[in-house]
Design a protein around this ligand. Sequence first.
Ligand code: FDA
Length: 503
Amino acid sequence: TPPSFVPALVVGSGYGAAVSALRLGSAGVSTLVLETGQLWNEAGSDGSVFCSMVDPDRRSTWLHTRTQAPLGTFLWLDVVNRDVPRYTGVLDRMDHPNMSVYQGRGVGGGSLVNGGMAVVPEREHLERVLPAVSSDPMYERYFPRARRMLGVNRVSEDWFEGAECYRYARVARRHAANAGLGSTLVPNVYDFDYMRREAAGEVPASALAAEVLYGNNHGKRSLDQTYLADAVGTGNVRIESLHRAHSIRRESDGTFVVGVQRLDEFGNVREVHEIGCRYLFLGAGSQGTTELLLRARETGGLPELSELVGQGWGTNGNVMLGRACNLWDPTGALQSSIPALAVDDPHNEHGPVFAESVPIPAGVETFVSLYLAITRNPERGRFVFDEDTDSVRLRWSSDQGQPSVRAARATFDGINRANGTVYRHDLFGDTRAFEDRFTYHPLGGCVLGSATDDHGRVRGYRNLYVVDGSLIPGSTGVNPFLTITALAERNVERILSVDVEHG
Ligand code: FDA
């Protein structure tokens, strides 16, 4: 049967994809969005859509039989993770030699699982990593637009200072101050007014019920409630969940034909079909988009793609660590799962460190101060396509994490010295204090200005666009989704005004 046809096809439904879908739909372009993961809108037998971190079930995990929380152990005991039935749950971890890449799966992509921290990057750093992007319009127009659209808000300082659920963040701030370091309250897309009412017992708890990582049942403005709801509201956008784009080829008339696999909720391929489109927007995330392009380049579907596809990948310098606080310095049994504070070390000898204070919402006092440090690690990896497994492999060596560890160590050695505290060595499966073998912030693989032009148009093919975190070469210096969103707003605005025929 000949492929069905849509004018515009968007692959994935994370930040870049959601921006593309809304702007295409608003311009009157009939658009189909394909998302591998589920549409998370139906409650399970427990009355909730998502499960919590303390009692995870099959909804937590994408096609694995054990949950994959990064904080693997406590006192070296494997108490954190649980066996679960294989299911198309919401959090995926893609394991490569020396590096595990986390990604949200479902309509909304990473917005379903992430901590919601919405941070504008430092201007000089953005200019350094994306020299082709002029920063005035970014800071005057696209960052404010992205913040407004995503529903970014701030915690009230008065409430933060007295809230039991942010004791852990205030401890982190005081310990940093004792070492001469500043901290900042970090804006978020979680509704802090809702959280205040959770704390007062007026509404069902979510951030205060250990929900994050496997989804939030309340309070979080994930993309399905913002960009994607507006996109569907234009009447021009349709979203198909449990649909995975697999192959891409181009016909001689310029039509792209995408091979699609329809999955059941256990991840089995139930049907394959093809969809033709005039405009193809790839928003499948750093690994997903790069894999689609590399497969198409290596297996002949899009042979003209640049050799630069696959390159420029980085971890955003992610490294996690825990400090043992003194017994007179509790971090609190009730911890908001939504981070609200970051320690700032701009003058670190190994480059600036921005370390968010991360909760351990275990429901008991742990005396642990946990951090996800974002460092300026200059190391870059690359993806290669492996025909045997029909998937990409990441080339990243274990020593490439060392710049992240060095920078974090310089910051936190100082904090430990000033407070008479030590690192925890029991949290990451062995005795290491610094966990640099995973990233929440995969960036790069199809870098703007190298594998694409200055607006994400993929080199070698007209009407083929990359719109997600693959465009950013490995670092934003802060949490990345606001940058991904603002960059997509910028690029799609240009693409719509220059390339796309409007309906
Ligand atoms: P994103 O990864 O969001 O979406 C890609 C989507 O495409 C997924 O839904 C995937 O299933 C789908 N897909 C992949 N391949 C496909 C295919 N072949 N066909 C169809 N669909 C396909 N950032 C931040 O700024 N602040 C924060 O607080 C956090 N916290 C955080 C916590 C955790 C646990 C994680 C995992 C991540 C974060 N992040 C974060 C990172 C942030 O979520 C991430 O940078 C963005 O979601 C990336 O957006 P993209 O648009 O690149 O794709």
